[in-house]
Design a protein around this ligand. Structure first.
Ligand code: SF4
Ligand code: SF4
Length: 377
């Protein structure tokens, strides 16, 4: 079967190498627009532009385009590009992360995992909140940490049950973010990290912290972060001004892969507590849907809002219903049905304000004086 492999990055090379060792697929060309990569001697004779590849497809020289599992934005771009060329999705094959990277399997087993793009059962992103509360308490925190009245952690056993169920529906999650509240407040954080790596061996695990507790990280946590190849991301707030250099140095000295963000200067008010926003408009404009898919125990949602809105609702007696949750234990649930629901607007979207006001970042000064306007447009 004559195919074109899309992209000449790490993933494209992996699928190219795999197919080159077997006769089932004949790689006619590799589609790569980045002209620098055309100098790669290993593949230079077969690299063509997407336009040329589409012409070859129209001439019958290519039957399928093979898209490897890449970062979410790259896969999205490739699919959009093929749409522009009117390539039908039936002519797309997907090489899953498992087929690319699981070298414990035979080539035949890995190649048999290359399937119709429509059957792709990988998820772009998933987040878990390992602490609901935070030691920084920013005004306008979209997780409502300032409204969490006492320490709140998830039940580890429920999380374990949830992630095992999630694997039933999605073989691979491209990015797995561990967030909070402040995740370093959770003394069992290492257990969460090991479990995620165990269930999703190829996922990009990112731990997002405000950095305050970095220097108090236990040896077992540091070990877990390094052994599981976690990227430690410190969101830099002005409150860290006297300690950020030491935090960075600590992470470097411990050999932890890390990113320190630019200083956060503004927060966006993303809620509209009056609930009179247009649901469909909000949903289709929303950039959190999917990219901030969240799991709490055995439930997931396309974003974090269904799991945190109760803090706002309870604090100000708003009676907001927690719609948008998907129960992974539901009878008859399928991967396609989960995807459908994750791409369908739901009632809670009317409480969002994706184009909400930007306000200067600051900490909550006095929890007793918080008003609805501190969280909502
Ligand atoms: S540091 Fe992050 S989680 Fe904590 S209150 Fe601020 S925005 Fe929320
Ligand atoms: S509730 Fe709807 S609009 Fe709000 S963040 Fe979630 S998906 Fe987006």
């Amino acid at each position: 079967m004559n195919v074109a492999v899309i992209s000449w990055g790490r993933e494209g090379k992996a699928v190219y190498d795999l197919l080159s060792r077997n006769k089932q697929y004949k790689v006619v060309c590799v589609v790569e627009e980045n002209s620098e990569k055309w100098n790669d001697e290993e593949c230079a004779p077969w690299i063509v532009s997407s336009g040329r590849a589409v012409c070859m497809f129209e001439e019958g020289k290519i039957e399928y385009f093979i898209v490897p599992s890449m970062a979410e934005a790259q896969n999205y771009r490739v699919i959009k590009m093929l749409e522009v060329y009117h390539i039908n999705i039936d002519n797309l094959l997907y090489a899953s992360a498992e087929s690319l990277w699981n070298t414990t399997l035979s080539d035949e087993e890995r190649i048999s995992m290359i399937n119709s793009y429509k059957l792709c059962n990988e998820l772009d992103a998933m987040e878990i909140h390992v602490a609901e509360h935070c030691n920084l308490n920013c005004k306008n925190c979209s997780m409502f940490c300032g409204l969490v009245k006492k320490e709140a952690y998830p039940d580890y056993n429920e999380f374990e049950k949830g992630i095992i169920l999630l694997k039933k529906y999605f073989q691979h999650v491209k990015i797995f973010r561990i967030i909070g509240g402040e995740p370093l407040l959770n003394k069992d954080l290492d257990k969460y990290i090991y479990k995620i790596r165990d269930i999703y061996p190829y996922t990009d695990i990112r731990l997002i912290s405000n950095g305050i507790l970095v220097k108090q990280m236990s040896d077992k946590l540091i070990k877990a972060v390094k052994e599981c190849h976690v990227t430690f991301i410190v969101t830099q707030y002005a409150a860290l001004k006297g300690s950020i250099d030491e935090i960075k140095m600590f992470l470097v000295e411990k050999g932890i892969t890390n990113i320190v963000t630019e200083v956060v200067t503004e927060f966006q008010k993303i809620y509209n507590a009056s609930g009179n926003s247009n649901i469909d408009e909000n949903f289709y404009r929303c950039h959190w849907k999917g990219s901030c898919a969240t799991m709490y125990g055995t439930q997931i949602a396309t974003c974090f809002v269904p799991f945190v809105i109760h803090y706002l609702s309870d604090q100000f007696n708003l009676g907001i219903l927690e719609t948008g949750k998907i129960d992974l234990e539901e009878n008859g649930l399928t991967t396609q049905e989960i995807r459908r629901r994750m791409h369908t607007p739901f009632d809670l979207c009317r409480y969002c304000a994706p184009k909400g006001d930007w306000v200067t970042w600051e900490r909550i000064k006095n929890k007793k004086e918080m008003a609805l306007v501190d969280w909502s447009i």
